[in-house]
Design a protein around this ligand. Structure first.
Ligand SMILES: NC(=O)c1ccc[n+]([C@@H]2O[C@H](COP(=O)([O-])OP(=O)(O)OC[C@H]3O[C@@H](n4cnc5c(N)ncnc54)[C@H](O)[C@@H]3O)[C@@H](O)[C@H]2O)c1
Length: 311
């Protein structure tokens, strides 16, 4: 099927990136937000992203190292073409429709990408609430980091057109899209999503069977959890743990810088969902408490200007 109208549900860290990136690549994008307050919180995120896209393309005129795989096909783009792409960022930004109206958002969508909070009951409730609004053709994707399509499929009413399309954060440069179906996902829907991912400048990574955490998070979540445990158990401080990783491996970022990019809310939701987090003597409990304390202080990561570090 051909996808043209895309609706992104949720305007958080990832929802805003997916929406702008899809519009930048020429799709008609609507963002569904659950309240006017949520719309007001989404706009500055989109404006920040617009600035990043425009500045990156501007920098590429003189600096090939500014190349981001999601924005251009190669670092070698003539200035006039870069000017057209910069204009395209503005066109994409202006074209985004932000609405709380479910009929407007879902009634005509070819593809819906769900990027709401990583809480299974909230995702299930969301799918149940939109299932009767969607046209029959609509393919529904979750951007969930840790939940399996099969855990949510029955709530969508369209298990054969439901699958996971999982982006990495900062999708204009970390441009992977992990595509993972559930047992009932049809090959046609799967292939359409692989093609859509490619069309918005992502590199589709095909996951052959359901795997919690897909490829990236099967590696990243245990890594970040290990760093959080070191902090929660007072083994070392944030800077020292990051230094151990960066100096020891040559990696450009340590785990707490990565957590600030991921956003502390998502990190909290992941640890809080583990049974161990209910046990006051457990490391998971202490990790949840330290993340919660920062979140309550408004230090939710790069987007908020402060997480474990100040920005
Ligand atoms: N942050 C990352 O690095 C990252 C990477 C890949 C995938 N994801 C996944 O994307 C999804 C969203 O993550 P995020 O980091 O953008 O979260 P976020 O907290 O930044 O944003 C969540 C958005 O969903 C809205 N929302 C929350 N609960 C809702 C509900 N019940 N109904 C409707 N809207 C609701 C919020 O208002 C907000 O707009 C999660 O499933 C997460 O696992 C996150």
């Amino acid at each position: 099927m051909s996808i043209q109208k895309v609706t992104v549900a949720g305007g958080g860290v990832l929802g805003s990136q997916i929406a702008l990136q899809s519009a930048y690549k020429g799709f008609e994008v609507t963002m569904w937000l659950r309240s006017e307050d949520s719309i007001a919180r989404t706009r500055p995120k989109l404006e920040r992203l617009r600035g990043i896209y425009e500045q990156t393309l501007e920098a590429l005129k003189t600096d090939p190292s500014a190349f981001c795989r999601g924005l251009t096909d190669s670092p070698d783009v003539p200035t006039e073409e870069l000017d057209e792409l910069i204009a395209q960022v503005g066109v994409a930004f202006d074209s985004l429709v932000l609405t709380t109206d479910e009929q407007e958002a879902f009634g005509e969508a070819d593809l819906v990408i769900e990027a709401i909070a990583e809480i299974i009951d909230e995702k299930r409730t969301f799918y149940s609430s939109i299932r009767d609004l969607l046209p029959e053709r609509t393919i529904l994707c979750t951007n969930s980091s840790t939940l399996l399509p099969s855990a949510m499929a029955e709530f969508t009413g369209r298990p054969e057109k439901f699958l996971a399309l999982h982006f990495a954060n900062n999708i204009w440069k970390q441009n992977t899209a992990e595509v993972m179906g559930g047992p009932q996902t049809s090959p046609g829907a799967y292939q359409a999503v692989v093609e859509f991912a490619r069309a918005i400048g992502m590199i589709p990574l095909e996951v052959k069977k359901e795997q919690p955490g897909y490829l990236l998070n099967s590696m990243l979540v245990p890594f970040l959890s290990a760093a959080e445990a070191l902090l929660a158990n007072d083994v070392a401080d944030v800077e020292t743990i990051d230094a151990a990783w960066m100096l020891g491996t040559g990696a450009p970022l340590g785990p707490f810088r990565i957590l600030d990019i991921v956003g502390l809310t998502t990190a909290y939701n992941i640890v809080a969902a583990s049974p161990a987090a209910q046990e006051p003597d457990s490391t998971a409990f202490r990790i949840a408490a330290l993340l919660k304390q920062r979140i309550d202080e408004g230090k939710t990561g790069v987007n908020a200007g402060e997480g474990f570090y100040k920005y």
